[in-house]
Design a protein around this ligand. Structure first.
Ligand code: ZN
Length: 103
């Protein structure tokens, strides 16, 4: 359970995959979008940092999943470590590019 960014209501996350949803409903998402257009820069900046934090959690989940897949395939632990680091850098780079493209 996590609170909706807009109304604060606790809601169930539909799936463990992908980024954590911020809003309990499409209505809350739209309301937040409308408010965002008029909010002061400092609030926008705080929101940006919060979003970035969620991205980081998602990336950690993703790297952990990748690592355990490699371990199931019985790669040597040195290889697992090196590939996990490379994968982390790759995913992070992709996210940064995506965020840059949408701003
Ligand atoms: Zn809500």
């Amino acid at each position: 359970m996590s609170p909706c960014t807009q109304c604060g209501r606790e809601f169930e996350r539909p799936s463990r995959r992908g980024p954590a949803p911020q809003y309990c409903s499409p209505a809350c998402r739209q309301a937040a979008h409308r408010e965002r257009k008029t909010e002061p820069p400092l609030t926008q900046w705080r929101r940006h940092l919060m979003e970035l934090g969620e991205f980081m959690e998602t990336i950690q989940d993703s790297v952990a999943g990748y690592r355990s897949a490699l371990q199931r395939l019985q790669y040597p632990s040195v290889v697992v470590d090196q590939m996990s680091v490379a994968y982390h850098a790759f995913v992070l780079d992709m996210v940064v590019r995506q965020m840059g493209a949408t701003k």
